[in-house]
Design a protein around this ligand. Structure first.
Ligand code: 5GP
Ligand code: MN
Length: 344
């Protein structure tokens, strides 16, 4: 019923690797989002149920809302448990790389992954996977790594083992990477898979409430402030910019994840085609970009902000001051016009 997209030989190889492994470490990208955590926990639960010793290692902390997912409290956050993370990575015989395509995306953990003797398997949906893993299951046409993982489970014959905890984690990733099925989601298989997950006992409404639709007062206030005071619209270029400095973040008691969907807000304006959000970290400016239609924000991030990503959601980093970063962005506006739809 669900389209078979996976290479049979790769699935055979994965099946053999899983059968032969004992100690597994699952890794995902820095600043893990719902898809990174959802897919990692789903795979962790599945392999644990198959009798393996499994840990999830993240490069840094993830947003508070994701603690709702079963198993989130057992995640080994590298920045908190550095020695333990290094030990389990070095002792693993199989390492999964989920929801990232480049070793740079796991920050300091990358070195230990590359040094480990473990076989490495990438399951991901970002364009242009690097070649470091032994087995690469890369499908950029999939809307989330979590939905790709479901398809991998399908090909491995593991769907009957998907229970409420595994289903909840897969659903969380599918939901967050499609903005609760509001983009990249015109695909009938997504809904066939959701039907199967609902049958496994997940409460999709509760997952939405806890993971997407729950806030804190400071989070509401910082997002309101950013839109009210720190958003610039460039009508001639169909672009929007939001910036938040360290001082402003501190003033609003910023916590990781508090500005997660802020970059999407300007896209609610019909005349805005792409949006950029600049957040000052301690030693660089974090860049987040979103767009509608064919406007390729990944190109913008690759060319100017040491980053990349998907056509409609990309990011990067800028080393310099906020003012320099804003000036750089504004200097790209004219050239970006060529990428706008219906350019007159
Ligand atoms: P976000 O804006 O949520 O941080 O990232 C959106 C998407 O952009 C991510 O899923 C990832 O594909 C990509 N991305 C974000 N930051 C970076 C970065 O620093 N480097 C690269 N290569 N991609 C990034
Ligand atoms: Mn993803």
């Amino acid at each position: 019923m669900i389209a078979q997209i996976l290479d049979r030989n790769k699935i055979k190889e994965l099946s053999r690797l899983i059968a032969g492994c004992n100690r597994v470490v699952i890794t995902c990208h820095i600043a893990p989002d719902g898809d990174a955590i959802g897919s990692s926990l789903a795979l962790c639960h599945m392999l644990t149920d198959l009798g393996k010793e499994v840990h999830v290692v993240t490069p840094d902390m993830f947003a508070q809302n994701l603690y709702y997912l079963p198993g989130a409290r057992d995640i080994v956050v590298y920045t908190r448990y550095e020695e333990f993370a290094k030990q389990i990575i070095s002792e693993a015989d199989l390492i999964f790389c989920l929801d990232y395509n480049s070793i740079k995306r796991v920050d300091q953990v990358g070195k230990y992954i590359l040094d480990s003797k473990a076989i490495k398997v990438m399951i991901d949906h970002h364009l242009g996977p690097e070649k470091f893993p032994n087995l690469i299951i890369s499908h950029p046409e999939e809307s989330s790594t979590s939905v790709l993982l479901f398809k991998v489970f399908c090909a491995l014959g593991l769907v009957p083992l998907i229970d409420k905890k595994i289903g909840s984690c897969i659903y969380a990733g599918m939901m967050t990477d499609t903005g609760n099925f509001s983009y990249n989601s015109n695909n009938a298989d997504l809904y066939r898979i959701i039907a199967r997950l609902v049958e496994s006992g997940i409460d999709k409404d509760k997952l939405y409430t806890h993971i997407i639709n729950t806030s804190t007062l400071s989070r509401l206030r910082i997002n309101g402030y950013a839109v009210s005071e720190k958003m610039t619209i460039y009508p001639d270029h169909k672009a929007a910019l939001i910036t938040l400095t360290r001082d402003e973040l501190n003033r609003f008691d910023y916590k990781k994840g508090d500005t997660e969907s802020l970059v999407n807000v300007p896209l609610q304006l019909p005349d805005v085609v792409y949006s950029i959000f600049l957040r000052e970290e301690t030693d660089y400016i974090k860049v987040s970009c979103r767009s509608k239609g064919n406007f390729p924000v990944n190109k913008l991030c690759e060319q100017h902000f040491n980053g990349g990503g998907h056509r409609n959601a990309a990011g990067g980093e800028f080393y310099g001051t906020m003012d320099e970063c804003i000036a750089l962005f504004e200097s790209t506006l004219e050239a970006n016009d060529a990428l706008l739809p219906n350019k007159k």
